[in-house]
Design a binder for this molecule. Structure first.
Ligand code: ADP
Length: 257
């Protein structure tokens, strides 16, 4: 692999700065994630985790900083105004699939129709191909026998798994999870975490915001601990969760474990 190719794989985040009104919520975020790895963002509420995640697909536009995913890179400070800037943001967005806290599945469409909507309408892929792919994905998330069900016939955990299949159906380079289990009843959390764990084990590149520390410990190749808009500590889960160096990380873990 040449140097250039190596630089252009995985996720690169440099110097992200973002304010909302007068509030400086990201104060220089830097990290890298190699392809095929899972990065978990931990930290107290309001520390900036979701804003980092949303910046990775330009759902938030930071004032400064660079985000690269494989061969697409944006320098936010130099984003051109208008259409050209929007086009760059869309190119970055197409690199990732986002799984939100809860999915607004189309209520009058079946599970299968919900999953093929993006590939067929947004990506203009042939319907038969999208259907075949969707069935494989739905099998993978344990819903191979519910393709013809409607969302109201599913549990919250099953709906969330449809949401994951829907994100994967777009064939993204990375999958971003924003607190994927925090809207679920406790007894449904495990089945969704198990699906995410399988995806990570299969080699998907994932970035996950979660409060499930034990899950983070199992799934993360890299843990970033954020507080006040900065990464206070980063390393393997054994380092950051098992043997935290920083007092702020220790205090946080003590509170949540
Ligand atoms: P976390 O995910 O760690 O809870 P967030 O990234 O959601 O933190 O939020 C960081 C800070 O930015 C919080 O103080 C939050 O209130 C603020 N914030 C996030 N999104 C917005 C927004 N769209 N408008 C104004 N403030 C926001």
């Amino acid at each position: 692999m040449t140097d250039t190719a190596e630089q252009n794989t995985g996720i690169r985040v440099r110097g992200l700065e973002k304010s909302f009104g007068g509030q400086h919520v990201l104060r220089g975020i830097d990290f890298e994630s190699a392809r095929g790895t899972s990065t978990v963002l931990l930290g107290p509420s309001g520390s900036g985790k979701t804003t980092v995640l949303r910046s990775l697909n330009a759902l938030e536009v930071p004032e400064r900083g660079v985000v690269g995913i494989d061969d697409v890179e944006i320098d936010f400070a130099r984003l051109p105004p208008g259409k050209a800037g929007r086009r760059q943001s869309e190119r970055l967005r197409a690199q990732s699939g986002m799984v939100f806290q809860s999915h607004n599945l189309f209520p009058h469409r079946t599970v299968l129709e919900n999953v093929i909507e993006g590939p067929v309408l947004a990506q203009r892929r042939p319907r038969e191909e999208a259907v075949a792919d969707a069935k494989v994905l739905l099998d993978q998330v344990g819903l191979g026998d519910r393709v013809d069900a409607y969302p109201f016939q599913l549990s919250g955990g099953q709906q969330q798994r449809v949401g994951i299949a829907r994100a994967l159906a777009l064939k993204p380079r990375v999958v971003l999870f924003d607190e994927p289990t925090s809207a679920l009843d406790p007894e449904l959390v495990g089945e969704v975490l198990a699906v995410i764990r399988d995806l990570a084990a299969e080699g998907w590149t994932t970035v996950i915001v979660t409060h499930e520390i034990r899950f983070a410990e199992q799934v993360a190749d890299q843990v970033l601990f954020l507080d006040g808009g900065v990464i206070v500590e980063k390393g393997t889960s054994a380092q950051v969760i098992g043997d935290p160096r920083e007092a702020r990380t220790r205090r946080f873990l003590k509170r949540v474990l």
